[in-house]
Design a protein. Structure first.
Length: 84
């Protein structure tokens, strides 16, 4: 790799604000905020709104839409239209 053209790559803590979960990984992202991690070192912390801990897809709370049921309910409420 050429010197001086790549951003600094180092350890960063990502903290999920919705679930209060944090994990340490490596990234090119930086932050002015810091956090003392479990190993005693201080790392920059990046707050994220959602992660695998709080996302409905990963937690199993995602809703599956029943489109056929929705169409039938609409037809019951407003009636089927006759042919042209």
């Amino acid at each position: 790799m050429r010197k001086g053209i790549h951003p600094a790559y180092g350890p960063v803590v990502f903290r999920d604000r919705a679930a209060g979960h944090a994990f340490l990984t490596r990234s090119t992202m930086t932050s002015d905020k810091t956090l003392e991690w479990e190993d005693g070192h201080t790392y920059p912390v990046v707050d994220v709104e959602i992660s695998d801990v709080s996302h409905p897809f990963y937690t199993g709370t995602a809703r599956v839409l029943d489109t056929a049921g929705r169409v039938e309910r609409f037809e019951r409420r407003f009636g089927k239209r006759g042919g042209a």
